[in-house]
Write a protein that binds this ligand. Structure first.
Ligand code: ZN
Length: 93
């Protein structure tokens, strides 16, 4: 059995010299890369299943209120807008 030790790397340059940089709106730990200067989320977590995501996106289509969705599903607006962008990109021919 191989046990991987978790080393966080920069998502841009894959450098390992990261400093913690507080949390974002969703409460995810953010990093600042000393190598390339990038800022990002340390461990982007997919907390939602595809079904949940679809349900939430469908609810948004019925009532396009990010604040409402945020309140009823506990999805942060950033996450929701990322999903929307992705689903729009996927449905564009
Ligand atoms: Zn970097």
């Amino acid at each position: 059995m191989i046990v991987k030790t978790k080393v966080h790397t920069c998502r841009k340059c894959h450098g390992k010299e990261l400093t913690k940089n507080g949390t974002n709106a969703c409460g995810n730990q953010q990093y600042h890369c000393k190598t390339c200067g990038a800022y990002g989320v340390l461990e982007p977590r997919e907390r939602y299943t595809e079904e949940e995501k679809e349900l939430i996106l469908r609810a948004y289509q019925e009532r396009p209120s990010m604040r409402g969705i945020e309140r009823s599903y506990g999805v942060c607006r950033q996450t929701l807008s990322t999903w929307l962008k992705k689903s729009r990109a996927a449905s564009t021919p």
